[in-house]
Design a protein around this ligand. Sequence first.
Ligand SMILES: N=NNCCOCCOc1ccc(-c2cn(C[C@@H]3NC[C@@H](O)[C@H]3O)nn2)cc1
Length: 448
Amino acid sequence: MTIFKFPQDFRWGTATASYQIEGATQEGGRGVSIWDTFARTPGKVYNGDNGDVACDSYHRYEEDIELMKKLGINTYRFSIAWPRIIPDGDGEINREGLDFYHRFVDALIAAGIEPFLTLYHWDLPQTLEDDGGWGNRRTVDAFVKYAEVIFKEFSGKINFWLTFNEPWCIAFLSNLLGIHAPGNKDLQTSINVAHGLLVAHGKAVQSFRRLGTTGQIGIAPNVCWAEPYSKSPEDQAACDRSIALNTDWFLDPIYKGSYPQFMVDWFAEAGATVPIQEGDMEIISQPIDLLGINYYTMGINRFNPEAGALQSEEVDMGLTKTDIGWPVESRGLYEFMHYLQKYGNVDVYITENGACINDDLENGKINDDRRISYYEQHLAQIHRIINDGINLKGYMAWSLMDNFEWAEGYRMRFGLVHMDYRSLVRTPKESYYWYQSVIKNNWLETRN
Ligand SMILES: N=NNCCOCCOc1ccc(-c2cn(C[C@@H]3NC[C@@H](O)[C@H]3O)nn2)cc1
């Protein structure tokens, strides 16, 4: 048994997102989002599941906050649904939507829990998608209008802000691979989306500063750490492309004011170019205060000319996998955090980390031992990372509770709390009690 102590001011939390937990999709003046549309498109989401009810957190958030208090977290990452605030995307403001989030944020603060807000966690108003989505500057301007409404409303209550969750998922998973909403499968479209959201990010940061909004602002890329299957230069290059499209494609423009040239050249070979307008890169590279990093797994990749736009394929190395099929390999988090140092020793929060373990209730308990093992391995890496002097300031487990896992619907469970989707009864899993003790002690005690 080993004891890993964490810094006194280390933040412990959990994370969720509006479309995945709220439900009440036709209440409170909410408009239609691209995920409402996508989930209703046959074949897009497992079992035809959708977010109409989800965890019903729109009505049950006080119950959720009780679970957070008992868990002992001091930080809770959530997202605001843009369609609740400006239902048609860039028109009238819906006061009822703002009031809902004020009640929620006030209840969080009253519980002694720091709100950690994601402005955009994928639920784009459908009206904007109908008019070209993130590739249309109208959407960029609409996002800035929405962000300014939230900055003005919640400055002083919220002190941790993220503009976008997982820009790779928004741009490439959703517009090149077509696996998430809106389901496009076109390289140029995905590059246009990536650029649009980066300009929107930069403009929102400018507004954040101009309005004197309290706190710190950043963005939350997801990590795709990859190591080469062989020592061949082709396999290494395939890994470099996979890592870069999740990280450098977004963080180079933000921290360096330019895209990674080797990737720009790679896409130019495929006839795709970045639609940069005069002044865009200066806007995008507004200084930010923090990064959220979402880590789940890593891959061993090799070059394969048939393997999609990056010609990079993951090789199954027979590692233990979670129930969504992702290898359990915490080493990638350590390697990635050192890779990230090329942008400087920036303040980083792990804004998502967790395991899909679909254990169900047995005699009133959920013995999700595999999830505890996953968290134990990853928190041990977190401790190593901090010990190396990297400014890792906090950790948010994905997720507080089982919820709508996008194209996988409700079959994939990432929660520390089990959700019975019929009764909406929440049942803490054994991993909840394990995480509770880590937080209470502020140390990790490994079991072997
Ligand atoms: N990376 N290369 N992939 C190559 C081809 O992959 C095909 C499938 O791809 C992916 C990749 C990544 C994901 C994913 C899901 N979550 C979990 C959510 N995070 C935000 C929060 O809402 C959680 O629900 N994080 N990431 C899904 C599918």
